[in-house]
Design a protein around this ligand. Structure first.
Ligand SMILES: NC(=O)c1ccc[n+]([C@@H]2O[C@H](COP(=O)([O-])OP(=O)(O)OC[C@H]3O[C@@H](n4cnc5c(N)ncnc54)[C@H](O)[C@@H]3O)[C@@H](O)[C@H]2O)c1
Length: 316
C-alpha cells in the first residue's frame, strides 16, 4: 500500500512509519519539524527513516491547504495515518487558537485531500483526553465525550465528529484510534517517562502531581503502532476505537520503576494537578479486541526497561 503518515518525524509517527516501511509499504512522511520540542530529535527520526528506500519525507504544514490538496492529487495514497498534531495538554491551555488551527483545521485539510482523491482509509490519532473527567471507568467508546477539559481534547473530539460527517456525506472510511499515555523509544521529551528519566539522570527538577497518586494507562509505543496498522489494514466505515493497555498504573509506581532501573532518585517537586488534567485514564479495550483483534502485549515493566535502555544510549 502507499500510505501517508503525518507527524512522521515525531515520536509515534516515526515508530509507525518505520514499522510500515519494514513490512514493505510505500511510505510518505509529512511533518513541519516544529520546535515544540527540540527539532534535532525529529531530524534524528528522519535520518532513521531515510534508511528505507521505500520511505520519503515531505516537509510541510498541514495548515497549508493548497499544499495538502496538491500532494493528495499527485500521490494517490491508498491510506492515511494522520498523527501530526500539537499534542501537549498543558501547552494547549496557553495557545487554544493554535491547537484548533492545527488539530482541527489541519485535520480537515487532510480529510478533504483524502475524500477528493478516493483514499481508501483514513486513520486518525485521537486521544484518551477526549474522555475528560468522565465517571465511566474504564473509558468506553460509547461515552458522549462532550466535556473536554482543554482545547487539545476539544479539537481532537471535534475532528472525530467531522470524521463522521465525511463518512456520511462522502463515504470516507474513517477510524479514530484513541491513544492512551504512550511511552517508549524515541519518546517525547515533554512527556512523563522522559521527564522522569531526565530528572533522575540530570537532577532536573520536575513537578510530581498529586504526590504521584494519578493513574495512567501507560501503553508501549509498539502496541500503539500495532493497533494503528491493524486499523489501516481494515477499513470499517466509521469507528472510534480505544488503543490502550487496559491496566492503569499509579504515576508513583511508574516513577519508582525508572528509579529502580537507574539506581538513583529523581528530583521532584510536589504540585496539585492542573484543571486541564485528569486523575486517571483507563482504557476499555473490548472494541479494539473485537474489531481489530488488538492485543497489547508489552507489560509496563518490560516497556519501561526498553525505554530506559534506549534513553541511556541517547542521553548518557
Ligand atoms: N504521546 C501520547 O501519549 C499520545 C496520546 C494520545 C494521542 N496522541 C496523538 O498521537 C499523535 C502523535 O503524538 P506524538 O506523541 O508522537 O507527538 P509528537 O509531537 O512527537 O509528534 C507530532 C508530530 O506532528 C508534527 N506536526 C505538528 N504540527 C504540525 C503541522 N502543523 N504540520 C505538519 N506537522 C506537524 C510535529 O512536528 C511532530 O513531529 C498526535 O496526534 C497526538 O495527539 C499521543
Amino acid at each position: 500500500m502507499k500510505i501517508l503518515v503525518t507527524g512522521a518525524a515525531g515520536f509515534i509517527g516515526s515508530n509507525l512509519a518505520e514499522k510500515l516501511a519494514m513490512r514493505g509499504d510505500e511510505v510518505v512522511g509529512f511533518d513541519n519539524f516544529n520546535d515544540y520540542y527540540d527539532p534535532a530529535k525529529k531530524r534524528a527520526n528522519e535520518v532513521r527513516l531515510n534508511q528505507y528506500p521505500n520511505f520519503r519525507m515531505v516537509e510541510a504544514d498541514i495548515r497549508d491547504r493548497d499544499c495538502v490538496l496538491k500532494l493528495f492529487e499527485a500521490e494517490k495514497f491508498d491510506a492515511v495515518a494522520h498523527l501530526a498534531a500539537l499534542a501537549g495538554v498543558r501547552n494547549a491551555v496557553k495557545y487554544p487558537e493554535l491547537y484548533i488551527q492545527v488539530d482541527y483545521n489541519g485535520t480537515q485539510n487532510l480529510m478533504d485531500g483524502a475524500r477528493l482523491n478516493n483514499v481508501g482509509n483514513f486513520v486518525f490519532a485521537s486521544t484518551s483526553s477526549v474522555y475528560g473527567d468522565t465517571k465511566q471507568i474504564p473509558f468506553v467508546e460509547t461515552d458522549s465525550c462532550d466535556r473536554p477539559l482543554q482545547p487539545y481534547a476539544a479539537a481532537k473530539r471535534a475532528a472525530e465528529i467531522l470524521g463522521f460527517t465525511y463518512h456520511h456525506l462522502y463515504g470516507l472510511n474513517f477510524t479514530a484510534t484513541r491513544f492512551f499515555t504512550v511511552y517508549g523509544p524515541n519518546g517525547r521529551p515533554d512527556m512523563m517517562a522522559y521527564l522522569v528519566a531526565d530528572s533522575i539522570t540530570k537532577g532536573r527538577e520536575i513537578p510530581l502531581y498529586e504526590g504521584g497518586q494519578m493513574w495512567r494507562d501507560w501503553t508501549y509505543v509498539e502496541d500503539i503502532t500495532d493497533g494503528v496498522v491493524l486499523a489501516l489494514d481494515k477499513p470499517l466505515g466509521y469507528e472510534i476505537i480505544n488503543l490502550g493497555r487496559g491496566e492503569p498504573i499509579l504515576l508513583k509506581d511508574f516513577v519508582e520503576m525508572l528509579e529502580k532501573l537507574a539506581g538513583q532518585k529523581g528530583n521532584f517537586v510536589a504540585m496539585p494537578k492542573i484543571s486541564a488534567d485528569v486523575i486517571s485514564t483507563y482504557s476499555n479495550t473490548t472494541k479494539a479486541n473485537e474489531l481489530l483483534n488488538y492485543h497489547p502485549s508489552v507489560s509496563v515493566e518490560d516497556g519501561v526497561t526498553a525505554f530506559w535502555n534506549w534513553y541511556k544510549k541517547q542521553e548518557l
